[in-house]
Write a protein that binds this ligand. Structure first.
Ligand code: GRF
Length: 219
């Protein structure tokens, strides 16, 4: 039966896990008042599972240090993307997650994974989508010469960074910025925006778009 007192997160990560850490520090064990669509009253946000696809990633150590359940499902050992992602889906379903958060998860998800969690998978991207999709967004923004870039949290669909936008935060590009100096400010913005959006979702303040629309409603 659904536990209405807890809002459970499954966090997927592949590497450093600084965004996982921001979620742990800012949200794990914290109360949220839900007056929105779920009408659940007060809930505690809990990171119930960390899933990592690359053994040795710093994200795993962060879960261990916080005493959070984790599972490592190496992508390389699996026969296919579908088989890998179905293994992840099974672990996430067992954890009872209300929301799946991709926090530096560096692989596309198989459609059957997304079918298992409709409107429940979100991703963090280090640019203002639809500008600079893909894995080199920060360097791409510097090279292009834009004056403002930023951070996006969006629902995940089958494309590369094409899902509907939930929230964005701009980050100015400064004269003389390199990919590294800009990355430091992008990451700081990520560590603020992602926990804020998760809190909004837990509070029932985010409504996915109706069929045929891309407009996510936020309160
Ligand atoms: C972040 O910049 C995120 O936007 C991107 O991958 C990076 C992950 O960083 N998708 P971390 O592993 O959370 O430190």
């Amino acid at each position: 039966m659904e536990d209405k007192k807890t809002f459970k997160l499954a966090v997927l990560a592949s590497g450093n896990g600084s965004n996982l850490q921001a979620i742990i520090d800012q949200l794990h064990g914290q109360r949220v008042e839900s007056g929105g669509v779920s009408g659940a009253g007060e809930r505690i946000i809990e990171v119930s599972l960390v899933v990592c696809n690359s053994p040795g990633a710093r994200a795993i150590a962060r879960a261990q240090e916080a005493g959070i359940d984790y599972v490592v499902i190496p992508s390389v050992d699996c026969e296919s993307l579908e088989q890998h992602d179905l293994q992840m889906a099974e672990a996430i379903q067992k954890s009872g997650a209300d929301l799946v958060v991709l926090a530096g998860y560096m692989r596309l998800l198989h459609p059957s994974f997304l079918d298992a969690f409709p409107n429940k998978v979100i991703n963090l991207h280090p640019a203002l989508l639809p500008a600079f999709p893909g894995t080199t967004s920060i360097a791409d923004a510097v090279e292009y010469g834009v004056k403002v870039t930023g951070v996006t949290v969006h629902y995940v669909d089958e494309g590369v960074d094409t899902g509907c936008v939930i929230a964005q935060q701009p980050v100015p590009v400064e004269e003389g910025d390199t990919a590294d100096t800009l990355a430091a400010r992008i990451h700081a913005a990520e560590h603020e925006l992602l926990p804020r959006v998760i809190r909004m979702i837990a509070a029932g303040k985010v409504t996915p778009p109706p069929a045929g629309s891309r407009k996510v409603r936020t309160e």
